[in-house]
Ligand binder design. Sequence first.
Ligand SMILES: O=c1[nH]cnc2c1ncn2[C@H]1C[C@H](O)[C@@H](COP(=O)(O)OP(=O)(O)O)O1
Length: 158
Amino acid sequence: MQMRFDGHLGFPGGCADPGEDAVDALNREMSEESSRAVRLRVCDGDRVVSHWSPDKRLLLHFFALEVTPDRLARIERGVLAAHDFGGEVLGTVRVPLFTMSDGYRGFPSFLRNQFIGNSRQQLLHGLVAKGIMTKEEIREALSAQPVFFDGSKEAVAS
Ligand SMILES: O=c1[nH]cnc2c1ncn2[C@H]1C[C@H](O)[C@@H](COP(=O)(O)OP(=O)(O)O)O1
């Protein structure tokens, strides 16, 4: 994911310009938000889910690309040389897919960050769709509570 200028986490992307389809728009945005040397490109088959937001009147498409660890490292470095780095994009962020022994730190606490739009939902949907996590693991992470030094858990507002 990436850290945005507004302190929210989100995915590379943005609104389509007139005449662009979702694939063209995402490929353009990725070239602005990453280094041209990385040349990230999606096609329609990489689309995982689409969601209509009635409030914003936006059709939000989520795409996922599988990359090797080496390519991921090149993408992360490429962001530092991107046109939008330091402006709209402040850096890439790896999602911790582990949970520490307290049952909270790691993936569950990561989900407590601020996410733009429905990007948290897109992340969770993508993890299940790609077979990286089960729905049960996602449910557990969403319901996990921090443990304090005295062993008590955070009070949950009802
Ligand atoms: O990663 C995202 N997942 C879902 N929705 C997102 C994501 N990033 C942005 N958004 C939403 C938030 C806004 O309603 C619009 C436009 O976002 P913005 O970052 O302002 O896009 P532009 O740079 O202006 O194209 O999408």
